[in-house]
Design a protein around this ligand. Structure first.
Ligand code: SAH
Length: 446
C-alpha cells in the first residue's frame, strides 16, 4: 500500500484552492461538497494563509513551475498539498470517487494510473446499488433505537447483518423505505421466538432473453438469491448469473409441454421463503405483463410476504429494439396495445374489432399458433389486409428471426417460424420498418 486511505472531515473548515483552471474549480467543488469553507485564489498570500489556516490545499495553476513554487511555500507553512496530476509534488493524492451520499468509495492506484483508477470506479459504480447511500442513512436512523433494544454487541451486529443483506435492506434499495421501517420496528418489537420469517420473495423480470438488458436490480437480486424459480423463457445465460450454490427450479409453463400448475409454483415460492430463503421468482419479460405476476404477488402477500417486483423489458420492447421496429412513430403510429391472443379457457376471444385501428401498433403475444385467427379477426374487424405485419421470434437472442409481410400473409409468415421459440406479432404501419435480412422480404411470403 503506497498511500493511506483516510476520510477527512472538512465540514466548516478552511480549504485553499490555488489556480484559475478547470481542475482547480473541480477540486473546489469537491471540497464544497464535503462541506468545506473553500477559498479560491490565483496565488498565495502569506498573511492570508496565516489568517485562514487552511487544513489542506489544492494547487492547479496551469503552469508546472508555478505549481512547484506554490506547493513548496504551502508545505513550508505546514499545509498538506495536492498538486493536480503531479503526485511527486503532492502530500496526498485524490482518489477516483464513487459518491452515493453517506457511502463513498475511493479508488487509488497510488498515482500509477488515473485511467485505471477511473476504470475501477466504473466497475464499482455498476456493482453498487444506486440506493446504497439510502441504506446507510437507514442504518443511521435506527442506530440508537437498535442500541437501546438489543444490548449485546454481537447480537446487534448479527441483527445489522441480517438487515443489510436481507429483505429489509432489499426494501430500502428498492425505494420502499416505509415498508422497511415497519419491518425493522416489527423485528425489534417481536420476541425472537415469534419473529417474522427472514426469507423473502422477489418477482423479477428477466427480460426477453439478452442478459445485457436485465435491470441492475434484477442482476443484483439474482446474485443474492438462494432459490430461483424460473420460467422456460428465461435464457440460461441469465441463470448463470446466480450463485453457483443457489437452488434452481424450472417451473416452465410453455404451451404444449408439461408444466407446473400455477398453484404449485405459488406454494413452492412461499415454502422456500418460509424456510428462510431469498426466493427469486424469475419471469420472462416483465412480471406484470402476461406473466401472472399479479396472482403470484397476491399469493405471497396472503402468506405474509410482500414481494419486491422488479420490472423487466417486456417482449414487445425487446423485439421492437432488436428488430428495428419503432413501436410508435410520428408518421405511423401514436398508440400501442400489448394484447395476448390466448385467454383463460372459457374467456371470449380478443375484441379484434376494437383493436383494428389505423395509426395504432399491436404487439400480439402468444399469437403464433393462432395467426390465422388473428388475421381473420382483425380483417373482419375492419383492418386493411394490406396493413404491414412482422413476426419476431426469439427476439434479442442470438437465434432471433424476423419476417415481414402484410396482414393477409400472416398465417404464411407464422408458418415460417416453427419450433418452440417465443414469437411476437407486430401489426401496424411501423412493422414495415423492421430490419429484415435479405431473403426474407415480403414478396417471398405470398
Ligand atoms: N412476461 C412476458 C410475456 C410472457 S407471455 C413479457 O413481458 O415479455 C409469453 C409470450 O411472450 C410468448 O408467447 C411471446 O409472444 C412473447 N415473448 C417472450 N419473449 C419473447 C422473445 N424473446 N421474442 C419474441 N416474443 C417473446
Amino acid at each position: 500500500m503506497k498511500h493511506l486511505p483516510a476520510f477527512f472531515d472538512l465540514a466548516g473548515r478552511s480549504v485553499l484552492v490555488v489556480g484559475a483552471t478547470d481542475s482547480a474549480a473541480q477540486r473546489a467543488r469537491l471540497a464544497r461538497d464535503a462541506g468545506a469553507d473553500v477559498v479560491e485564489a490565483e496565488d498565495i498570500d502569506s498573511s492570508d494563509l496565516a489568517a485562514r489556516r487552511p487544513v489542506i490545499a489544492f494547487v492547479a495553476t496551469g503552469d508546472a513551475a508555478r505549481d512547484g513554487v506554490v506547493a513548496s511555500a504551502l508545505r513550508a507553512a505546514g499545509v498538506p498539498v495536492n498538486v493536480v496530476d503531479r503526485p511527486a509534488l503532492s502530500d496526498f493524492i485524490m482518489p477516483a470517487i464513487v459518491d452515493r451520499g453517506d457511502v463513498v468509495v475511493a479508488v487509488s492506484t497510488g498515482g500509477a494510473s488515473p485511467t485505471l483508477a477511473r476504470h475501477i470506479r466504473q466497475l464499482v459504480e455498476r456493482a453498487l446499488p444506486s440506493r446504497i447511500g439510502a441504506l446507510a442513512a437507514f442504518g443511521a436512523r435506527f442506530r440508537d433505537t437498535v442500541k437501546r433494544a438489543v444490548e449485546r454487541p454481537d447480537a446487534r451486529r448479527r441483527l445489522w447483518e441480517r438487515v443489510v443483506a436481507g429483505p429489509i435492506g432489499q426494501d430500502v434499495l428498492a425505494g420502499r423505505d416505509g415498508v422497511a421501517a415497519a419491518a425493522m420496528l416489527r423485528a425489534l418489537n417481536a420476541p425472537a421466538a415469534t419473529r417474522a420469517p427472514e426469507g423473502s420473495i422477489a418477482l423479477v423480470g428477466a427480460g426477453p432473453g439478452d442478459p445485457e438488458v436485465l435491470t441492475l436490480r434484477a442482476a443484483r437480486l439474482l446474485g443474492e438469491a438462494d432459490v430461483l424459480l424460473y420460467d422456460d423463457l428465461v435464457d440460461p445465460a441469465i441463470l448463470d448469473m446466480a450463485r453457483r450454490d443457489a437452488l434452481r427450479v424450472g417451473v416452465g409453463k410453455r404451451k404444449g409441454r408439461p408444466s407446473m400448475p400455477q398453484a404449485e409454483i405459488n406454494a413452492l415460492m412461499v415454502e422456500h421463503a418460509r424456510a428462510g430463503h431469498r426466493v427469486v421468482r424469475l419471469k420472462g419479460g416483465d412480471p406484470f405483463v402476461f406473466g401472472r405476476g399479479g396472482e403470484e404477488r397476491d399469493h405471497a402477500r396472503a402468506h405474509g410476504f410482500d414481494p419486491v417486483v422488479v420490472p423487466g423489458i417486456t417482449a414487445a420492447l425487446g423485439c421492437g429494439a432488436s428488430a428495428g421496429i419503432p413501436l410508435t412513430h410520428r408518421d405511423h403510429a401514436s398508440a400501442i396495445t400489448f394484447v395476448t391472443a390466448q385467454r383463460k379457457p372459457g374467456d371470449d376471444a380478443p375484441d379484434w374489432a376494437a383493436l383494428a385501428r389505423a395509426g395504432h401498433t399491436l404487439a400480439i403475444y402468444m399469437g403464433l399458433t393462432s395467426a390465422r385467427d388473428v388475421r381473420d379477426g382483425l380483417v373482419a374487424g375492419g383492418l386493411s389486409a394490406a396493413t404491414p405485419v412482422a413476426v419476431v421470434q426469439n427476439g434479442t437472442r442470438a437465434n432471433q428471426s424476423v419476417s415481414c409481410g402484410t396482414l393477409s400473409d400472416l398465417a404464411v409468415l407464422a408458418a415460417r417460424h416453427p419450433g418452440d421459440g417465443p414469437a411476437l406479432i407486430v401489426v401496424g404501419a411501423v412493422a414495415a420498418l423492421a430490419d429484415i435480412p435479405p431473403g426474407l422480404l415480403l414478396a417471398e411470403a405470398s
